[in-house]
Design a protein around this ligand. Structure first.
Ligand code: GP9
Ligand code: MN
Length: 624
């Protein structure tokens, strides 16, 4: 193969091999949406551009043995970066960000989840590295040489020209690519994984400096916005209906709305939750959306406690755990409430041990509070049934009124469940994730039913309101094929994708008798103002949600990526869809969407400003 005349430099070989490999990963292992041939072209060239940029640096290294060493190690590191992203992507359909890296500790706790994300054929990702390694060792004299000055300058000029060309095409195809930092998929698609990581590092340092330079001068504009756009006039009819009652909040892991009142293999998936939908003591919100990003469960907690948006990158619990907040537990404490969280996981997971005190929680019953044995755990830890069971003694010991938040765990990816705990059969499709999802959802449903019973037996039920909310999606878009089969649709369109971001919200008020199904467009951002109103608490606050029972309503829900939902439209992928039919709306009508999308960008960035600048340190909510 390598005859005498063979003189292809190793950095060129490495570029070609690494480029092809990266392209294959982009094209077949990440599910990046490709809409036209230009995007296809950019996706094809960017792996080679990035690879050339890095490998061509080797020509400046004088000693050939060092050149080879440089190429070997950069190829290895590059491959590890791709691989880490791939494993991450399989779980989150997203790319790693720097704040996410500092959450690395969480990865260890994933245990079996991680194993199910690694595939045997992944080994092929390292084939080029091994080949480069081999060539460098056996044929060093043929693949490396001392380059003349003109050759070096040429390689450098070429790599820059390629990079500029790539950026130019990217910006042409996707204007404002660099300002919409949460569009990680776009960044990777257009400038490649490596340039994306460099850009992410730049963003990270920008965020760090923002805190230092914030002085509160941003606040008047934010307050003005909240007063005019968010604030509601008057009180809802339900104001104070739960005054002085305990609030029991159940964060239902990965529970999505599509399972409610639905069946699998002819069997009901969530009989207990379905009975609540029909219950006169329950308000059930059928158009309620999760608004989380990379921080998943912790993002949903953040939304609920603060009515602020989580961040576009990383988990705000991690990145801004020491900030000043004006959260729900802190506010209700002034009205005599004691607050506790129940969750059978390590207290440091998601930095909860630091974040909960910042939010004003009084106590966290973490893993240590529970008896976890080989028999009562699965996947991430203690199963939901023993979790609720074992929590009862603590709950009964709390001073009343209390706010108790329960975070379930069993219905978590990869949705493992012991046979004896399965009441319904798996689904049958090409996605094990979706197949396994249904029995674990049912298990969670049963555990909540059992918990209601225990609350009644303990005499806590009558004097409490019980809120049940899905924290975020459980089935990512990686499983769209199976999902479309289950939902009996030809395909999952971008519109369907947004509708799949619905998670259930139940507000159960024992003895109330006026509950009904609500179709208001609602989201996790609304939970705090709604609960405060039910408890009859009025407070000066800065927030972005609404009391869902108040007729005066801002009328839209923003997802964290800038997509939004109103009663008329769903806006996603820069396209406006009819809310009811899912059809793309005419261009003339679509301007309503584009106008609102600007308001939403502003709202999200105001919320981000508050967090990045830790702006609540400049606000005295008592004096306002
Ligand atoms: C971890 C649990 C699950 O304690 O809340 O987190 P998730 O992976 O769903 O964000
Ligand atoms: Mn979760």
């Amino acid at each position: 193969m390598f005859g005498k005349g063979f003189r292809l430099p190793l950095y060129v070989i490495a570029t070609l091999l690494f480029g092809i490999k990266t392209y294959i990963v982009y094209r077949f292992l990440f599910s990046l949406e490709i809409e036209n041939s230009m995007q296809e072209f950019i996706l094809f060239i960017n792996p080679f551009v990035s690879a050339f940029l890095v490998f061509a640096i080797s020509v400046w290294i004088k000693k050939t043995s060092r050149q080879v060493k440089y190429l070997r190690y950069t190829a290895l590191i590059g491959t590890l970066v791709i691989y880490a992203n791939l494993v991450f992507y399989r779980s989150f359909s997203d790319f790693i960000t720097i704040p996410q890296l500092s959450q690395g500790g969480n990865a260890g706790d994933l245990g079996s989840s991680i194993l199910s994300l690694i595939k045997v054929y992944d080994i092929f990702l390292f084939a080029d590295v091994i080949f480069i390694w081999y060539l460098g060792k056996k044929h060093q004299d043929r693949v490396s040489t001392k380059y003349p000055r003109s050759g070096k300058v040429c390689a450098f000029a070429l790599s820059l020209a390629l990079l500029v060309g790539n950026f130019f095409l990217a910006e042409m195809e996707r204007p404002q690519l660099f300002t919409r930092a949460f569009d990680r998929e776009y960044l990777v698609k257009y400038i490649g994984l490596f340039n994306y990581h460099i850009y992410d590092a730049f963003l990270h340092s920008k965020v760090k400096t923002q805190h230092v330079f914030a002085d509160g001068s941003e606040l008047p504009a934010i307050k003005e916005y909240v007063n005019t756009t968010i604030d509601q006039k008057g009180e809802s009819d339900l104001f104070g209906v739960a005054k002085g009652k305990n609030v029991i909040f159940i964060s239902a892991e990965s529970l999505q709305t599509f399972v409610i009142n639905n069946t699998v293999n002819g069997q009901e998936i969530t009989p207990f939750l379905n009975s609540l939908v029909a219950d006169k003591d329950t308000y059930y919100f059928e158009n309620f959306y999760h608004q989380t990003e990379q921080g998943k469960t912790s993002d949903s907690e953040f939304l609920v406690e603060n009515s602020l948006y989580p961040l576009p990158r990383g988990a705000v619990f991690y990145t801004h755990g020491q900030n000043n907040y004006h959260a729900f537990p802190e506010i209700i404490k002034e009205n005599g409430y004691y607050s506790a969280v129940f969750h059978a996981n390590n207290d440091s997971f998601y930095n909860r041990d630091q974040m909960y005190p910042s939010l004003g929680f009084d106590y966290f019953y973490d893993q240590e509070a529970y008896e976890v044995t080989d028999d009562n755990k699965i996947g991430w830890g203690l199963k939901d049934k023993p979790f609720f069971e074992q929590s009862m003694k603590y709950l009964q010991s709390l001073d009343q009124p209390f706010y108790a938040k329960f975070i379930t765990l069993t219905n978590h990816f990869p949705f493992e469940l012991d046979d004896q705990d399965k009441s319904i059969d798996r689904y049958d499709s090409n996605s094990n994730t979706l197949n396994n999802y249904f029995p674990t959802v049912r298990y969670m449903d049963e555990s909540i039913e059992q918990f209601f019973q225990q609350l009644k037996e303990a005499g806590l039920y009558e004097n409490s309101i019980i809120v049940i909310m899905g924290d975020h999606y459980g089935i990512s878009s990686n499983h769209n094929k199976a999902m479309s089969m289950y939902l009996d649709k030809e395909q999952i369109t971008p519109y369907d994708h947004v509708q799949l971001q619905r998670v259930p919200l139940f507000i159960h008020i024992p003895g109330h008798g006026k509950g009904e199904v609500q179709s208001t467009i609602a989201g996790q951002i609304d939970v705090k103002p709604t609960l405060l109103s039910l408890l009859g608490i009025k407070e000066n606050d800065i927030y972005f949600g609404n009391d869902l029972f108040n007729e005066d309503h801002k009328g839209y829900i923003a997802l964290r990526n800038g997509d939004f939902i109103t009663k008329d439209y769903i806006y996603t992928n820069e396209t406006c869809y009819n809310f009811e039919t899912g059809e793309i709306v005419e261009e003339t009508e679509a301007s309503a969407c584009t106008d609102l999308s600007q308001v939403i960008e502003k709202e999200l960035s105001y919320s981000d400003d508050i967090i990045y600048g830790d702006l609540f340190r400049f606000v005295d909510f008592k004096q306002e």
